[in-house]
Design a binder for this molecule. Structure first.
Ligand code: ATP
Ligand code: MG
Length: 460
C-alpha cells in the first residue's frame, strides 16, 4: 500500500518541487520561503496520494464485488462517476457473456438429446468434411459415416444446398446393415460460396414407410380375401339362374358351397371387426381380475367337438395357485381359442387329417426372462411346424406361412394378429417357436396383477 502512495505522491509533488528548487537555486525566491513551499508541496502530495490510493483500492474492491456501483462514493473529484460507469459497463458485459454461455449450453444439450442425427461439415464447397456430429449420429451411423456422405442423393443435395438459399430436402435409402429409409435436410449456414458450415439432419422414416406399406397391403389383402368367396358366390348365383336352373341334383350341392363361402366372408368380417375393436382399446389395459385356469378349461370344453372330429388329444397342465392377472376374459378366451384352433388345424394336416397331441400348460413365472412376476401360457403341438423365415411375420394380418395349406383348412391369417393385439393390450408378450417337422410352441406371458395394497398402507 505504501508504494502506490509514494508513487502517486511523487507524480503529484515531483514537478512543482523541481520548479520550486529551480527558483530557489536561481534565487528568484528567498531560501526559507522556498523551503516552506517545498514542505507544503510535499505534505499536499502525500495527503493527495493517500486519498487517491484509498479511492483506487475501493474502486478495485467494487470491481470484484457484486454490490451496486451506486454505493461507491469516492473522494477524488470526478472519479466516482468514472468508476461507476466502468463498473456498470463491465457488469453488463459479464451478464451478456454469461447469457451467451448459458444459451450455448442449452443449444448443446438440445443437440445432444436430439433423436435425429445431425452432422456439421466444414471446408470449402466441394471439399467439405464432417467435423462434428451429435450423439444420435454417432450411435446410428457411426461406422457408415463416409459411405453415407458418398450416397449419390446426399451428394446431389449438398451440391444443390451450396447454391440455394433454402434448406434442401431429399430422401435416401440405405441398404446395409439393414434397409432404412431416411429423410435428409441439408442446411447451409453462411453466404453463398463461403466456407461457412453446412449441416445435414437425417430422420429415419423406415417405420412410417413400413406402416404406410402395411396399410396399403392390408386394404389390398382384405379386398382380395373378400373378393374370392364373393366371386364364387356370384358365379354360383349366375349358374343357378342360368344353366343349372331347375337342376334338382345340383342345387343342394351348390347351396352347400355357397353357404361355406358366405360363412368364410362372415368369419373374415367378424375377425376384422374384432381386431379393430381390440386395437381401439389397446391403450387401455383391462382391469378385470382373471384366474386363467377356469378360462383354459372353458376353452377346452368349447373345443371338444373340433378335437373329437380331428381325433386330437388335448392335455391340460394347469399349475395350482397361479397369480391372478388383469385381463379381459372374452379376449383371453379368444387368444387361447385361436392358438388351440391353429394347433388342431395344422397338426391334423401332418397326421393325415386327424390325430396329434396338444398340450396347454400354464405356470407362474418369477423367471429372469420376464420383467416381473406373471403367468406363462404355452400351447404346444406336434404338427408340421413353421419354416424359420415365416416366424417374424406370422402376426401380420392375412399372413399365412403356407397359403395353400392354410386355405385348405379355412384359415384367413387373422388369428395370430388378434392374439398379438390382445397380448399387447394386456402388456404381455407373445413368442412363437417352431421346428419344421417337429411342432410349434406358442407362448403367451401375462404380468400378474399387483397385489392389492391394504387401505391403511395406501393412506400412509
Ligand atoms: P385364422 O386363424 O384367421 O382362421 P390362420 O390360421 O391361417 O387363419 P393365423 O392363426 O394368424 O391364421 O396363423 C397364421 C399362419 O401361421 C397360418 O396360416 C399357418 O401357416 C401358420 N401357423 C399358425 N399356427 C400354426 C401351427 N400351430 N402349426 C403350423 N403352422 C401354424
Ligand atoms: Mg389361426
Amino acid at each position: 500500500m505504501r508504494r502506490p502512495i509514494a508513487t502517486i505522491a511523487a507524480w503529484l509533488g515531483g514537478p512543482p518541487a523541481i520548479v520550486l528548487s529551480g527558483l530557489i537555486l536561481a534565487r528568484a525566491i528567498p531560501l526559507w520561503e522556498g523551503i516552506g513551499w517545498l514542505a507544503g508541496c510535499a505534505a499536499w502530495s502525500v495527503a493527495a496520494g493517500m486519498v487517491l490510493a484509498r479511492d483506487l483500492r475501493r474502486f478495485s474492491a467494487a470491481l470484484t464485488a457484486s454490490s451496486s456501483p451506486a454505493a461507491l462514493q469516492l473522494v477524488t473529484p470526478g472519479l466516482t462517476n468514472l468508476a461507476q460507469r466502468i463498473i456498470q459497463t463491465i457488469a453488463t458485459e459479464r451478464e451478456t457473456r454469461e447469457a451467451a454461455a448459458t444459451n450455448a449450453n442449452y443449444s448443446q444439450s438440445l443437440l445432444n438429446r436430439l433423436p435425429d442425427a445431425l452432422f456439421q461439415l466444414d471446408g470449402l464447397p466441394g471439399s467439405r468434411r464432417i467435423v462434428w456430429r451429435n450423439p444420435a449420429a454417432v450411435r446410428i451411423y457411426g461406422a457408415e459415416e463416409s459411405a453415407l456422405l458418398r450416397h449419390p442423393q446426399l451428394r446431389a443435395a449438398l451440391a444443390e444446398a451450396e447454391l440455394a438459399d433454402q434448406p434442401v430436402r431429399t430422401t435416401l435409402s440405405l441398404a446395409t446393415p439393414v434397409t432404412r429409409d431416411l429423410d435428409a435436410t441439408v442446411i447451409r449456414s453462411g453466404d453463398l460460396g463461403r466456407a461457412a458450415p453446412v449441416y445435414i439432419l437425417l430422420t429415419d422414416r423406415t417405420r412410417e414407410r413400413e406402416l404406410n406399406q402395411m396399410r396399403a397391403d392390408f386394404v389390398a389383402n382384405a379386398s382380395h380375401e373378400l373378393r374370392t368367396p364373393l366371386t364364387s358366390l356370384i358365379g354360383f348365383i349366375e349358374t343357378l339362374r342360368g344353366p343349372a336352373r331347375g337342376d334338382i341334383e345340383a342345387v343342394p350341392r351348390f347351396l352347400a358351397i355357397m353357404a361355406e363361402q358366405a360363412e368364410r366372408m362372415q368369419r373374415i368380417i367378424a375377425d376384422l371387426l374384432s381386431l379393430s375393436r381390440i386395437e381401439m382399446s389397446e391403450h387401455q389395459p383391462p382391469s378385470e381380475q382373471i384366474d386363467i385356469g377356469p378360462v383354459i378349461r372353458q376353452v377346452a370344453s368349447f373345443m371338444d367337438p373340433i378335437l373329437a372330429k380331428a381325433s386330437t388329444r388335448l392335455t391340460l397342465d394347469i399349475a395350482e395357485s397361479l397369480p391372478v392377472v388383469h385381463g379381459d376374459s372374452g379376449q383371453l378366451t379368444q387368444v387361447i381359442g385361436n392358438l388351440v384352433d391353429n394347433a388342431v388345424k395344422y397338426s391334423a394336416l401332418k397326421h393325415g387329417g386327424s390325430g396329434g397331441t396338444i398340450t396347454v400348460s400354464v405356470h407362474a413365472t418369477p423367471d429372469a426372462d420376464f420383467p416381473q412376476p406373471g403367468i406363462l401360457l404355452e400351447v404346444i403341438d406336434d404338427g408340421p411346424g413353421i419354416a424359420r423365415e415365416h416366424l417374424p411375420r406370422l402376426t401380420e394380418r392375412f399372413y399365412r406361412a403356407d397359403k395353400g395349406r392354410a386355405r385348405a383348412v379355412g384359415g384367413t391369417g387373422l388369428g395370430l394378429a388378434i392374439v398379438k393385439h390382445v397380448v399387447m393390450r394386456h402388456r404381455g408378450r407373445l413368442v412363437i417357436d417352431s421346428v419344421e417337422g417337429a411342432g410349434t410352441t406358442c407362448r403367451v406371458w401375462l404380468p400378474a396383477a399387483a397385489p392389492a395394497v391394504p387401505a391403511a398402507r395406501r393412506s400412509a
